[in-house]
Design a protein around this ligand. Structure first.
Ligand code: PLP
Length: 420
C-alpha cells in the first residue's frame, strides 16, 4: 500500500491533502508519513521473524539517512537501535530517547572527544575502521577506566554494483580494514586492555538491488568469525551493515524478506547476534519534498520550471545525478498543456536541478512533490545561498505534526560577527 496517493485529484500523504500542508507550513517542506516509516521498520522485523532469527537480531537505523528527532523517536519506540557516525548523531539519538545500549558507532575519523562521549553514554559497540583507531580507542578507554566494546569493520572486497560514490566495500574504499588483515588486527585488539572484542562488522555500499553481494560479504564475515574462534577470539555479534535499495523509478527493489534470504541462508545455524544497519530502506520512500512552481520559462532548446526548493534542500540529483519522481499535487479538470521541463531551483549553479526533461502540465503556482526524498534529503541539506532550511512535517492519519519549523534567516548568521 502506498502512503502517498491521489484522492479526488489531489495528492495525499495518508489522510492529508498536500495543499493543506503547504497552506499551513509553506514550501519547501519535507513531508513524512508515520505509517510508511512504521511499515518499513515492520518489513525488516517481519522478515527476521519469517527467517526465524527475530530474537537474536537487532535493526540499528543508520541515523545519517535522516536524523530528525521525531523519526529517531519513532524508531526508538519501535525498539530499534541506531548506527551513528558522529558525536552529534549520538546526541540526537539520546535526545530522541534512543537506548545507548543499542548504539553502534561507525565512521573512519572518530575524535578522542567523540570516543569519550560514546564511552560515557555506554554504547553497544564501536565499529573500528583502522589500526590507528584501535590504538586511540584503547588509550581513551584506559584513561576512562573503561573497556570499549569493539568490532572491526572489514572490507570484504565485493562489488555491490551500485553508484561509485555509494559503493564502500571495494579494496579501494576508504572504509574499513582489508579482510586479510583482520585476524592480525583482532589479535592486537584482544591484547589491548582498554578494548573488548565483541563483533565483526561490514557494510558494502548503498542502494543495493541485488542481494548476492551482501550474501557474499556475509560468507566472508562468517569465515572470519570461525577463523577468530580457532584463534581463541570469541565473536558475539555479526553486523551485516545496511544498503538495501529502494524504488525511485522502476528499480526492482526487493522487500526485506527476499533481500535478506540469501544472506540469512549463509548465517543459518549460527549462534551470534545479528545486527543490521539500514538507512535508506527505512525512510527513503516514507518522505517527499513539497515545493511550489515560482516561474515557468520557455526557451529555444529547453523549458524550465523554477521551483522554490533547490539543491541545498535536496542534493541527490546534483550530487549523484539521482532520479526522483516529480508529481503534481493537484490534478484539475482542465490542465494546462504538457511540456518537457527541467525542474530547477533558485540557486546560482547549473547543477541546481531536481529533475530534467519531465513531461508535466504545469502552471505557475502549482505544487509539486519530489518523491522518495525521505533518505539523504533533509539530512544532506545546507544553507548554500543563505537559504533557510525547509520545514519538516510528519503526517499521521489526518493529523499534520510540525516536527521542525522552517529556519529563519536571522538564525543562519546568529553565530557570526563582523570585524570589530
Ligand atoms: C550509510 C551507512 C549505512 C546505511 O546505508 P543505507 O544504504 O542508507 O542503508 C549503514 N552502515 C554504515 C556504516 C553506513 O555508513
Amino acid at each position: 500500500m502506498s502512503h502517498f496517493a491521489l484522492h479526488d485529484g489531489l495528492l495525499h500523504a495518508e489522510g492529508v491533502p498536500l495543499d493543506a500542508v503547504a497552506a499551513r507550513h509553506g514550501t519547501p517542506c519535507y513531508v513524512y508519513s508515520r505509517a510508511a516509516l512504521m511499515a518499513a521498520y515492520d518489513d525488516y522485523r517481519s522478515a527476521l521473524a519469517a527467517h526465524g532469527v527475530a530474537d537474536r537480531s537487532l535493526v540499528c537505523y543508520a541515523v545519517k539517512a535522516n536524523s530528525s528527532l521525531a523519526i529517531l523517536n519513532l524508531f526508538a519506540r519501535l525498539g530499534a537501535g541506531f548506527d551513528i557516525v558522529s558525536g552529534g548523531e549520538l546526541a540526537r539519538v539520546l535526545a530522541a530517547g534512543g537506548d545507548p545500549g543499542k548504539v553502534l558507532f561507525s565512521g573512519v575519523g572518530k575524535s578522542r572527544g567523540e570516543m569519550e562521549q560514546a564511552l560515557a553514554a555506554g554504547i553497544r559497540c564501536f565499529n573500528v575502521e583502522s589500526a590507528s583507531e584501535l590504538e586511540r580507542l584503547n588509550e581513551v578507554a584506559r584513561a576512562h577506566g573503561a573497556r570499549a566494546p569493539i568490532s572491526l569493520r572489514v572490507n570484504p572486497d565485493v562489488d555491490p554494483k551500485t553508484h561509485p560514490y555509494i559503493s564502500t566495500g571495494l579494496k579501494t574504499a576508504k572504509f574499513g580494514v582489508p579482510i586479510e588483515e583482520a585476524p592480525h588486527l583482532y589479535r592486537r585488539a584482544a591484547e589491548l586492555p582498554g578494548l573488548k572484542v565483541v563483533g565483526i562488522d561490514c557494510h558494502i555500499g548503498s542502494q543495493l538491488l541485488d542481494p548476492a553481494p551482501a550474501a557474499e560479504a556475509a560468507a566472508k564475515v562468517v569465515a572470519l568469525a570461525d577463523r577468530l574462534a580457532a584463534d581463541g577470539i570469541a565473536i558475539e555479534h555479526l553486523d551485516l551493515g545496511g544498503g538495501k535499495g529502494i524504488r525511485y523509478r522502476d528499480e526492482n527493489a526487493l522487500g526485506a524478506t527476499d533481500y535478506l534470504a540469501p544472506m540469512l541462508k549463509v548465517l543459518s545455524g549460527r549462534r551470534e547476534q545479528l545486527l543490521f544497519e539500514p538507512g535508506r530502506s527505512l525512510v527513503g520512500n516514507a518522505g517527499l519534498l513539497l515545493t511550489r512552481v515560482e516561474f515557468l520559462k520557455y526557451g529555444t532548446g529547453k523549458n524550465f520550471a523554477v521551483v522554490d526548493a533547490a539543491m541545498n534542500d535536496l542534493m541527490r540529483p546534483a550530487l549523484y545525478d539521482a532520479w526522483h519522481d516529480i508529481a503534481k499535487v493537484s490534478h484539475g479538470d482542465t490542465p494546462p498543456p504538457t511540456h518537457s521541463y527541467d525542474i530547477v531551483g533558485p540557486i546560482c549553479e547549473s547543477g541546481d536541478f531536481l529533475g530534467q526533461a519531465r513531461d508535466l502540465a504545469l502552471a505557475e503556482g502549482d505544487l509539486l512533490a519530489v518523491m522518495s526524498a525521505g533518505a539523504y534529503g533533509m539530512a544532506m541539506s545546507s544553507n548554500y545561498n543563505t537559504r533557510p532550511r525547509a520545514a519538516e512535517v510528519m503526517v499521521d492519519g489526518d493529523a499534520i505534526h510540525l516536527i521542525r519549523r522552517r529556519e529563519s534567516v536571522a538564525e543562519l548568521f546568529a553565530g557570526e560577527s563582523p570585524l570589530p
